[in-house]
Design a protein around this ligand. Structure first.
Ligand code: ADP
Ligand code: GLC
Length: 488
């Protein structure tokens, strides 16, 4: 099967969050199931051509693409995704993609991804390559299914091309003013209250994706049900209920060639479930790095996260007093809302023996925290999948999570499972989004940490879990077939 995979970030080229991990690993696995995959991402100025062996494609040449009435000159550069045959196509348009960050608050943010979506389609035309499925991801590629069915429907090349739209996070919808109709050349008949591209008076890229894609999916099973309700549907739950027969949940896999304590290239000491001695050395190394005291018996709790309300920093802040009274140390990596960044900065200054934070982005440190911490906290208000708790399981770093979305699908509470006589629990979780519930879970974890045999069992249970892409990629292939059947 031929798959065009369109995403706005992908490891190892550009990353702000989990979408990059998915776009950089799922295509590789799809290949193993006989798919021919072409990956498309924008060519941001931060992507190093030499490092990634990226070269210009002369056959495609210059593509003039009109956005907001202006013709932009677009070019394609190519490379191969490491350890695979996946062709990576970098959409080059310096006007839109040479900015200080991958996503911006610039007033032409809509135009940037209109151009990207059109460029994917026009590149396929120039290649004369008709994919069976164009796999779109999140709002940035939400207009692509509409373009295929409307703007480019004249092109017979795409007569049998289906679209799959993966919702990684319904909370980010790409809503812009009505002017998008003109800049993207969307027929104005599609915009009316409740219409296919309209949401509360604005044009919604996410809504367009949900309306026009042949098949939809989310990145965990639980989240596919949660978004059908007003609480987590972000205003699109009604529409999603209408499309329920076409909506599926497929849990993200992870790339164990990158995230594995036995081979991780960023950590000083490798270890495995049969010999955890390297883990404690990593803990020592990590604490030394932050100039914090090391004590084997004091648990180190790690947080790696975008610092936004979605990730549960509201209840963390509310529980702060109690949490800081626990006999535990904390290392926090992240950036985002100024309020939370400042909170952690101050906390690290106040109680440096107990708390350290790194405000910013560091892939290397993310690996080191996974390896060196004893526990990992992710108290998200909602979490479509979440990857760090899955990495944590593999690293023997016991996750403490809220029972929502992918967190609920991947972490089994020790007490709950033990209660039924199954000592299969892999972490700690709580149901209610409250400071009290969060605190109780952390307290339980800290208490169990003192009981080495229980703790070791929890670690072992987690380290044995296999969340590699194999099963999930197979499910994607099934969805591609289903999508395809809708277009034949
Ligand atoms: P989301 O995509 O919602 O941010 P995920 O858990 O799916 O959440 O993915 C987050 C990814 O980004 C993980 O691979 C995590 O290690 C990484 N990450 C998040 N914040 C940082 C940071 N400050 N520095 C390095 N990596 C980070
Ligand atoms: C989104 C979600 C996260 C998910 C990631 C990759 O960023 O917030 O839960 O893991 O996409 O699918």
């Amino acid at each position: 099967m031929k798959i065009a995979f369109a995403a706005t970030e992908a490891v190892p080229y550009a990353k702000t969050g989990g979408l990059a991990d998915v776009a950089g690993s799922l295509p590789k696995e799809l290949e193993k199931f006989g798919c021919e995959v072409k990956l498309f991402i924008p060519k941001y100025s931060s992507i190093d051509e030499a490092e990634h062996k990226i070269h210009y494609n002369w056959d495609i040449g210059e593509m003039p693409i009109r956005v907001n009435g202006m013709i932009r000159s677009v070019h394609i550069h190519q490379s191969i995704l490491p350890d695979s045959n996946v062709e990576v196509n970098f959409v080059d348009c310096p006007h839109y993609f040479h900015r200080g960050s991958i996503y911006t608050n610039d007033k032409d943010e809509d135009e940037r991804f209109i151009l990207f979506s059109k460029a994917v389609i026009e590149t396929l035309q120039r290649m004369k390559w008709a994919p069976d499925v164009i796999h779109c991801n999140d709002w940035q590629t939400g207009l692509l299914p509409l373009f295929i069915k409307d703007n480019y429907s004249w092109d017979k090349l795409f007569d049998k091309t289906a679209t799959l739209f993966t919702i990684h996070n319904i909370g980010y919808q790409g809503r812009f003013t009505k002017s998008v109709l003109l800049s993207a050349e969307i027929r104005s008949e599609l915009f009316y209250p409740g219409g296919p591209v309209e949401h509360n008076g604005s044009v919604s890229f996410m809504k367009a994706g949900i309306v026009f894609a042949d098949i939809l999916n989310t990145v965990s099973n639980k989240y596919s049900h949660e978004i059908l309700k007003p609480d987590l549907g972000a205003g699109l739950d009604g529409l999603l209920r209408e499309r329920k027969p076409d909506l599926f949940g497929i849990l993200n896999g992870v790339d164990y060639t990158i995230w594995n304590p036995e081979t991780d290239k960023y950590i000083p000491y490798h270890y495995s479930k049969d010999d955890l001695s390297g883990k404690i050395k990593n803990k020592k190394y990590l604490l030394e790095h932050f100039q914090m005291p090391f004590d084997e018996n004091v648990p180190l709790i790690g947080i790696i996260s975008r610092m936004v309300a979605q990730k549960g920093f509201d209840i963390f802040e509310e529980a702060l007093g109690d949490l800081m009274n626990l006999n535990a140390q904390w290392i926090i990596l992240g950036s985002g809302d100024e309020h939370y960044e400042e909170l952690f900065r101050l906390l690290s200054l106040d109680i440096p023996q107990k708390v350290s934070s790194y405000i910013g982005y560091s892939n290397e440190l993310a690996h080191l925290i996974e390896a060196g911490a004893d526990m990992f906290l992710l108290p998200s208000r909602y979490e479509p999948c979440g990857l760090n708790q899955i990495y944590s399981l593999k690293y023997g770093t016991v996750p403490i999570v809220k029972k929502t979305g992918g967190l609920a699908d991947t972490v089994q509470d020790w007490d709950e499972w033990n209660h039924y006589g199954h000592d299969t629990g892999t972490g700690f979780s709580f149901e209610e989004h409250s400071a009290q519930a969060l605190y109780s879970s952390v307290l339980r974890a800290v208490n169990y940490f003192g009981d080495k045999s229980v703790w070791n069992k929890i670690q072992q249970n987690g380290m044995m879990k296999d969340y590699s892409w194999k099963k999930s990629a197979e499910k994607y292939v099934e969805l591609y077939r289903l999508a395809k059947s809708k277009r034949s």
